[in-house]
Write a protein that binds this ligand. Structure first.
Ligand code: BGC
Length: 762
């Protein structure tokens, strides 16, 4: 049946009820019309299907726990993330789930964000690519996704109420593009609005975000669901474009919608549109037959493969891969009890868990492994555990320190207070490194940690992230060289917390958090401030090395709409096979508005045998060069030169190619009566109309202020300044007010006349 026919047959009460959940995880079915329920489950890195849909957070059914988003993004591997999406869908089908609540595409504004482990990156391009391939993977199997949390959900502090005060340009260029890319490239079935307010309005009631931008501008076809508990005013939500409220039941809210339609406060057409969007997804999900099994072993293997690709080798003095050590001291609780996921709504009940220690044993040949716990689960300080670890480390050829950031330091629901490991963990690393020159630190955490206290004392560091249930295998494979690490950081590791971009505006007060750093988060900030960091964005080592050569572009001059393709040859110059992640950043040499020094606009991952060379080609489109102009309310390009930086990380630029862009954007004239002289001259229409007048104005000004007098030098006036430098920054009308005596008409009339000419062409 046509959806419109079905909607016509629904009563007002049924329509209102459909727009609010029936349980914690299901939509409201309408049996008399054969409208089934839709079952949703978290998300994002595994299916958290609770056996009773009326319960929010009971133990879920076993499912594969894949690595969390920080690790996924470190793979920079869109195909692999797509495969993970397919596996998630298979599990969703087996567990009778229609929509998996993920991926999360928010920016990591600060490393303190408690939920950063669930988000991909500090860079919108990388996060958008990851989110899009995740969604495409899941949805290719007939299961939906929920792209979340839209928008500007970048902290846990007061997450249900805080207002993210973010300027339009930062919103458009930093906080929205990952969502935009994912919507345009993958059409998620649902988008989840966030709890917080954005510039004073709840995301769940934000007409600009939900309807104007997401639905109208980006063409989002699916339904918008509230985050669980994010609705304050159901009617205002519907009016803003929020289709479905979760969780349910919420009888009072349903009644409020019915009453609002009856009283004429809510246009029934608005309700019908939400009903249409919901029905469309309900039936789409229903079409996919559910049940059956999923391949537990194959998915575990896939989780391990992703973890291995996501591990980032941060430091290696040549100790890794391990070779020939006879006595290996394995230290740290997380070697016995893997730390592989974060706390909160994404917490998965894994099908099985690889024990890192056992995985080491399985690969260690005839080496002898010893184990010490090293640190407790809580914040207490236990010198005895350190002493025991030091004893084992002393007796060994190498010490492997498994250090996991405990849940009390990092989880959904609360932010981190610092970026440090626990006091005990720091003391442990230092004590072990003091007696054992061959020390490796294996980290499990969802977001950057500081390392200044101990980094110099250890030989190698592996960032293992929240690595999913098979991560213990992946780490062992990397340590023993069965896998060559290739992950690169999707976020900057700062030297210290005080260096971070949002430091002075975190986490906000009096209900607001001001995004004072604007566009400058992550590497954009460290670039602008020329600040050293611990490890830069895009950084990661390998057991081999790569050379870049023959950098080229498809055209040195091109039109923005045509874009340009960059290519470079990458050669594996080492002795083992490996993978390199090539990054393309764009630097605008001159722009009308302030821009970050460089921005990631493309990347490619390439696998190379020793000695092998491959050519990597990366296309750059209009958006690679554009910026959002809040006055024109659109993405614009400007004529001019751009540097294309071909890089191995944000601070390791291998080649730079300069290209010239020809803009095809025709901009409306935005001159108004407050426009400055400089703005009049910068605008082509303004220049044509006002330009001829400018010379007269200058002469008059110099006459008035004594310019040209020999005593004052060339253009210096009697008041010791170049008067035109000041006037150029003043509104045209204000300057003319000083010259009234010499003008043919009153300055206000003159400016009005100019404006009518530039706007109407008369
Ligand atoms: C989280 C969402 C999650 C939902 C359902 C919320 O608290 O913010 O990410 O999908 O709960 O568990």
């Amino acid at each position: 049946m046509e959806l419109s026919n079905l909607i016509n047959q629904m009563t007002l009460e049924e329509k209102a009820a459909l727009c609010t959940g029936a349980s914690a995880w299901t939509t409201t079915p309408v049996e008399r019309l054969d409208i089934p329920e839709l079952i949703m489950s978290d998300g994002p890195h595994g299916v958290r299907r609770v056996p009773d849909v009326n319960q929010m957070a009971i133990k879920s059914l076993p499912a594969t726990c894949f690595p969390t988003a920080s690790c996924l993004a470190s793979t920079w591997d869109v195909d692999l993330i797509g495969k993970m999406g397919q596996a998630l869908a298979e599990e969703a089908i087996a567990l009778n789930v229609g929509v998996v609540l993920g991926p999360g595409a928010n920016m990591k504004r600060s490393p303190l964000g408690g939920r950063n482990f669930e988000y991909f990156s500090e860079d919108p391009y990388l996060a958008g690519e990851m989110a899009a391939s995740f969604i495409n993977g899941v949805q290719s199997k007939g299961v939906g996704t929920s792209l979340k949390h839209y928008a500007a959900n970048n902290q846990e502090f007061q997450r249900f109420s805080i207002s993210a005060e973010v300027d339009e340009r930062a919103l458009r260029e930093i906080y929205l593009p990952a969502f935009e890319k994912a919507v345009k490239q993958a059409q998620p079935w649902t988008v989840m609005c966030s709890y917080n307010k954005v510039n004073g309005t709840f995301a769940s009631e934000h007409h600009t975000l939900l309807t104007e931008i997401l639905k109208n501008e980006w063409g989002f076809e699916g339904l918008i669901v509230s985050d669980w508990g994010a609705v304050r005013d159901r009617v205002a939500g519907l009016q803003a474009g929020l289709d479905l409220e979760m969780p349910g039941p919420q009888d009072r809210r349903v009644q409020a919608v019915v009453d609002a339609v009856r009283s004429g406060k809510l246009d029934e057409a608005v309700l019908d549109e939400s009903v249409r969007r919901i029905l469309q997804i309900v039936f789409k999900a229903h079409k996919t037959p559910k049940g059956g099994d999923f391949d537990v072993e194959a998915h575990h293997q896939l989780a391990g493969k992703i973890a291995a690709e996501g591990i980032v080798l941060l430091k290696n003095n040549g100790l890794l891969p391990l070779q020939g050590q006879k006595q290996i001291a394995v230290i740290g609780r997380s070697a016995e009890k893997a730390h592989f996921q974060g706390g909160g709504s994404s917490h998965i009940n894994p099908t099985k868990v690889a024990v890192p220690f056992k995985e080491l044993q399985a690969r260690a040949g005839d080496a002898e492994l010893t184990y010490a716990e090293g640190y407790p689960t809580d914040a207490s300080f236990r010198q005895d555990l350190i002493d025991q670890a030091v004893g084992l480390a002393q007796a060994a050829d190498v010490a492997l320190l498994y250090i996991a950031l405990p849940t009390f330091k990092e989880s959904e629901g609360y932010d981190r207070r610092d970026i440090d490991l626990t006091e005990q963990q720091i003391a442990l690393i230092k004590a072990v490194a003091a007696v054992q020159p061959h020390t490796v630190v294996v980290l499990n955490n969802g977001a950057p940690v500081a390392m200044n206290d101990w980094l110099d004392g250890v030989d190698a560091v592996l960032e293992g992230w929240m690595m999913g249930q098979a991560g213990g295998e992946a780490i062992a494979d990397v340590l023993f060289g069965r896998v060559n690490p290739c992950g690169k950081l999707p976020e900057t590791f700062p030297l210290k917390l005080a260096d971070t971009p949002s430091h002075l505006n975190w986490p906000g007060e009096m209900g607001q958090v001001r995004y004072g750093e604007g566009l400058f988060i992550g590497y954009r900030y460290y670039d602008a401030k020329e600040m050293p960091v611990l490890f830069p964005f895009g950084y990661g080592l390998s057991y081999t090395s790569f050379a870049y050569s023959n950098a080229a572009v498809s055209a040195t001059t091109f039109k923005d709409v045509d874009g340009v393709t960059v290519s470079v040859d990458v050669t594996n110059t080492g002795a083992v096979a490996g993978k390199e992640i090539v990054q393309i950043y764009v630097h605008d040499r001159q722009a009308g508005l302030v821009r970050p020094h460089k921005e990631l606009k493309g990347f490619a991952k390439v696998e190379l045998q020793p000695g092998e060379t491959k050519t990597v080609s990366i296309p750059l489109d209009f958006r690679a060069f554009a910026f959002y102009h809040p006055e024109y309310k659109q993405w614009i390009t400007e004529d001019g030169e751009f540097d294309i930086l071909i890089a191995a990380s944000a601070t390791d630029i291998r080649h730079t190619v300069t290209v010239t862009l020809q803009s095809t954007v025709t901009l409306p004239c935005i001159l108004d009566k407050e426009s400055t002289i400089r703005e009049w001259l910068a605008d082509p229409r303004g220049r044509a109309v006002f330009g001829p007048f400018y010379a007269k104005m200058e002469t008059e000004a110099r006459k008035m202020f004594g310019g040209g007098d020999e005593r004052y030098g060339n253009n210096e006036s009697a008041i010791g300044m170049d008067i035109m430098d000041m006037f150029n920054e003043m509104p045209l009308v204000s300057v003319l007010m000083f010259q009234q005596h010499a003008l043919p008409a009153h300055p206000e009339d003159l400016v009005a006349d100019f404006l009518s000419k530039v706007h109407n062409g008369d």
